[in-house]
Design a protein around this ligand. Structure first.
Ligand code: HEC
Length: 147
């Protein structure tokens, strides 16, 4: 009898733990999704500047670069095993080194643009263009296109 109760308790604890782990993985997938939406929002003003649809603003550019910088440093922590899903492609988990290399490339291009701190559109175009090339460069291999 005692043993039965113990087993029931153990089963309950195990069930709750599994639910918590699955829940945490879903939270992480959601966080990853939100992180990238933040990146998209930060890209909008920069894209408009590069296209000449909006006045060049060095301060805004640095703000967006800071968002990219923070995101690029966080993304690698948001792909633990079990957090598969969303728009994240299975290749992230099949080829973690390749994914890490893409993140590293993105980080170094962002750092270069922050350091260059361009003050006009002509100076911004090459360094910022290089940063934005990483979006497609990574998505092509590590994101499922649904749009
Ligand atoms: C190193 C890889 C990498 C780089 C670089 C990268 N992304 Fe992403 N992006 C991802 C992954 C992975 C997802 C899927 C996230 C998910 O759904 O779990 C994603 C998703 C997105 C989404 C869709 C949101 C979602 O999750 O549904 C947008 C928008 C986005 N990225 C914008 C950008 C922009 C803009 C840039 C460049 C400034 C960029 N990304 C750079 C990997 C990257």
């Amino acid at each position: 009898m005692q043993t039965n109760r113990l087993i029931r308790k153990l089963v309950l604890v195990l069930t709750l733990t599994t639910a918590a782990v699955v829940g945490a993985a879903e939270d992480i997938a959601e966080e990853r999704h939100e992180l990238m939406e933040g990146v998209r929002d930060a890209t909008k003003p920069v894209g408009a500047m590069l296209k000449g649809e909006r006045d060049f603003d060095a301060g805004q550019l640095q703000e967006s670069l800071a968002v990219f910088d923070a995101a690029s440093k966080k993304l690698g922590d948001l792909v633990p095993a079990g957090s598969e899903g969303g728009d994240a492609a299975p290749s992230i988990w099949e080829d973690p080194d390749g994914f890490a290399a893409k993140i590293e490339q993105w980080q170094s291009d962002i750092a270069r643009a922050i350091e260059a701190d361009p003050q006009n559109l002509a100076d911004a175009k090459p360094v910022v263009g290089q940063v934005l090339r990483n979006c497609k460069g990574c998505h092509d291999s590590y994101r499922i296109e649904d749009d």
